[in-house]
Ligand binder design. Structure first.
Ligand code: SF4
Length: 359
C-alpha cells in the first residue's frame, strides 16, 4: 500500500476529529531574529556552526527558538533519524537514532504528541507502538524507495509460494506489509532475528542487498525481494577503491543496504548506530561513511579530530523534513499519521516481537 493509498484508507478515521480539532491551532509566531533569540539559541548554534554559516543563522534561529518553545507548550517530543540535517538533529530533536532506537524510544516517551522527523514508515511504526498518542510527520510525502518496493498483497503471494517459510520484514516497510510479517528487523539486528527462528529457510524482505549481506553470516537459506535503497545502491566498489588508492589510511565503513561488492571493500559494515559507535570508539584519523550524507555531518559535530570524507548521497525523502515544516506541524497539528485498525494489531505484533527479542 503506497502512502497515498494508506492515507485514503485511514481517511475515514481522521474525518471523525482531526488533530487540529482535538488540540487547536496556534498563531504563527513572529520569526524576526532578535537579540533575545540570538542569546537563547547561541549554545545551539555552537553545535552546528561547522554546517550553518553565521550569516544564515538569523534565518534558522527564529524557527529553532519557536519550535523549542512550542513543543513544550504542546507537550510534544521530536524524534529525529540519523539522516536528518544537523539543524534538526542538533537543535530541535529530543531523541535521535536509527530506526530501531527510535522504535524502542517511541515506546518510552511520556509526551502525548510525537513529531517524527524521518520518513513515513517510521512515523507509522511510532504510531503502531503508541496507538494512544498523536503522531505527526511534518511532510506526509516523505517516502522511501524500499518501503514502496513492496505491498501487503506481494507478501501474501510470497507466502502462497513459500508456505510455512517465516517472513522477516525490514522496518523500512508500510504497516500493510508489516501486518503480513512474522517479525520485523533492522539493519542492526537482522542476523539476530533470523537466527532466532527455527526454520532453515527464511524470507528476508524487501531489501535484496541486506538479505545478500546477511546470507553470508548465517547457515540458513535466505530468500528475498528486489527492493533497494535508492541512496545506498548508488555507491560502487570502484568508487570506494579509488578513495583507498588515493589515501590508503582512509577507513571505509558501510551500511548493509549497500551491494555486497561494496561491503566487501569496507573495513567495517554496520547499521547507522553501529557506524556511529565505530567512529566514536576507534576515532580513525580519516573515515568515509558509505551512507546518507547528513549522518557524517551529525557525527562530525560531536566527534573532534576525525577527518570525514563525504561522497554526498542525500536521501530526497529525508530532506523533505525542514524546520519550517516542523513549525507548521506544531502550529496546525499536521500531518497526523493513522494506521487502519484492520491491520494495526498484526503489524504491531511484528514490530513488538523485534523490540522484545533478547540479543
Ligand atoms: S535512505 Fe534509503 S532506506 Fe532510508 S529512507 Fe531514504 S530511500 Fe529509504
Amino acid at each position: 500500500m503506497t502512502i497515498a493509498q494508506n492515507q485514503a484508507a485511514v481517511g475515514g478515521l481522521s474525518a471523525a476529529k482531526t488533530a487540529a480539532e482535538r488540540f487547536g491551532i496556534l498563531e504563527r509566531p513572529d520569526l524576526t531574529f532578535t537579540p533575545e533569540i540570538a542569546r537563547e539559541t547561541a549554545h545551539l548554534y555552537d553545535r552546528v556552526k561547522q554546517f550553518v554559516p553565521a550569516f544564515e543563522w538569523p534565518v534558522y534561529a527564529p524557527y529553532v527558538h519557536a519550535i523549542n518553545r512550542l513543543k513544550k507548550e504542546r507537550g510534544a517530543v521530536i524524534l529525529a533519524h540519523n539522516y536528518q540535517t544537523p539543524d534538526i538533529f542538533h537543535c530541535v530533536a529530543d531523541i535521535v537514532g536509527d530506526s530501531l532506537q527510535l522504535a524502542r524510544d517511541a515506546t518510552k516517551v511520556d509526551a502525548g504528541i510525537i513529531i517524527q522527523c524521518g520518513v513515513h514508515f517510521m512515523a507509522e511504526t511510532s504510531k503502531l507502538l503508541n496507538p494512544e498518542k498523536t503522531v505527526l510527520i511534518p511532510d506526509g510525502k516523505a517516502g522511501c524507495s524500499l518501503s514502496e518496493s513492496i505491498t501487503g498483497a506481494d507478501v501474501r503471494l510470497l507466502k502462497e509460494r513459500y508456505p510455512g517459510v517465516p517472513v522477516v520484514t525490514y522496518v523500512n516497510t508500510s504497516a500493510d506489509v508489516k501486518a503480513e510479517t512474522d517479525i520485523c528487523c533492522t539493519s542492526s539486528n537482522v542476523l539476530a532475528v533470523i537466527e532466532s527462528l527455527e526454520s532453515d529457510t527464511v524470507l528476508c524482505i524487501p531489501d535484496e542487498y541486506l538479505a545478500m549481506n546477511v546470507a553470508k553470516q548465517t547457515k540458513k537459506k535466505i530468500l528475498t525481494w528486489k527492493g533497494h535503497c535508492e541512496v545506498h545502491e548508488r555507491f560502487t566498489a570502484a568508487e570506494l577503491l579509488a578513495y583507498k588508492e588515493a589515501d590508503p589510511s582512509i577507513e571505509i565503513i558501510g551500511h548493509p543496504e549497500c551491494h555486497p561488492d561494496v561491503i566487501a571493500v569496507c573495513d567495517f559494515a554496520g547499521s547507522t548506530s553501529g557506524m556511529i559507535n565505530y567512529v566514536k570508539d576507534k576515532r580513525p584519523a580519516r573515515v568515509l561513511l558509505v551512507t546518507e550524507c547528513s549522518m557524517a555531518s551529525n557525527i562530525q559535530a560531536e566527534v573532534k579530530g576525525v577527518d570525514f570524507i563525504k561522497p554526498c548521497n542525500l536521501c530526497p525523502h529525508m530532506k523533505r523534513i525542514t524546520l519550517p515544516k516542523i513549525l507548521d506541524s506544531l502550529l496546525f497539528m499536521t500531518e497526523e499519521v493513522l494506521v487502519d485498525p484492520a491491520i494495526a494489531g498484526r503489524a504491531r505484533l511484528a514490530v513488538e516481537r523485534m523490540v522484545n527479542l533478547k540479543q
